[in-house]
Design a protein around this ligand. Structure first.
Ligand SMILES: [Zn+2]
Length: 244
């Protein structure tokens, strides 16, 4: 059945539906890394201490008892996840490669929302993005040179950002350095130039945001570089797959 256009569309919609079923887990992860631990458990409402799973991890995003907002605004995580998966499917990614880039993009989305909320990029999620990408790409059957190019891109991108961090730690944090590893690996697997294109776009977005703040007279605030990098990386991954 999947050989016909209708069958393919059904299979793609089914794949999209299964992947979007993970959005409550994404919200669960984001809440766990953004709500302060004290005085309540991270996964309890900050106002009434009600358990947030599973009701507050639905798109409505509020405590089931007192209606206090919990985590990212309603429907934002779900829209970001759906947009990423649709872009990857439309770009032509299939099989293990689609699974690899879909899981990688889900972790990047969680990191992006956490960076906006609390200016943190937890190393556990960065490691999870790297491991899931590697695990799903392993059966994809590419040549050793593809892996070598991916690892070299990841090391190069991380080294460049480590230098920026060492030169001015008030600018880029350590989390901004480590998030470049899954980005470099994923985009370098497609072509070594893509990771650097994503990094350039992210730095440009950061500078543009600073320029807008200066022009509008707003107080200069820390920019969520991790969020910009996560967003541009998912876009570049979709464009790269479409260009193959
Ligand atoms: Zn509550």
């Amino acid at each position: 059945m999947t050989g016909t256009p209708t069958g393919r569309h059904r299979a793609q919609l089914s794949y999209l539906g299964h992947l979007l079923a993970v959005t409550p887990l994404l919200r669960w992860l984001i809440i766990g890394y953004t709500i302060p631990a004290a005085p309540t458990d991270r996964h309890r409402c900050v106002r009434c201490a009600a358990r947030l799973w599973p009701d507050a991890c639905r798109p409505s995003a509020c405590c089931p008892d007192c209606r206090t907002p919990a985590g990212p605004p309603p429907y934002t995580v779900e829209i970001a996840a759906a947009a990423s998966i649709v872009m990857l499917i439309c770009s032509g990614a299939r099989g293990w490669e689609l699974a690899a880039y879909a899981s990688w993009s889900m972790f990047l989305i969680a990191l992006g929302f956490i960076d906006i909320a609390v200016r943190r990029l937890p190393h556990q999620l960065t490691a999870a993005a790297t491991l899931s990408l590697t695990a799903f790409l392993a059966p994809a059957g590419e040549t050793p040179s593809t892996w070598l190019e991916a690892v070299a891109a990841a090391v190069g991108l991380a080294a460049f950002h480590a230098l920026l961090h060492a030169a001015a730690s008030s600018g880029l944090g350590l989390g901004d350095v480590t998030i470049t590893i899954p980005v470099g690996l994923a985009l370098g697997w497609l072509d070594w130039r893509y990771p650097f294109a994503a990094a350039m776009l992210s730095h440009s977005a950061t500078l543009l945001a600073f320029a807008i703040q200066r022009t509008t007279g707003r107080q200069r605030q820390h920019q969520p570089f991790g969020t910009y990098l996560a967003t541009t990386s998912i876009l570049v991954a979709a464009v790269a797959h479409a260009a193959q």
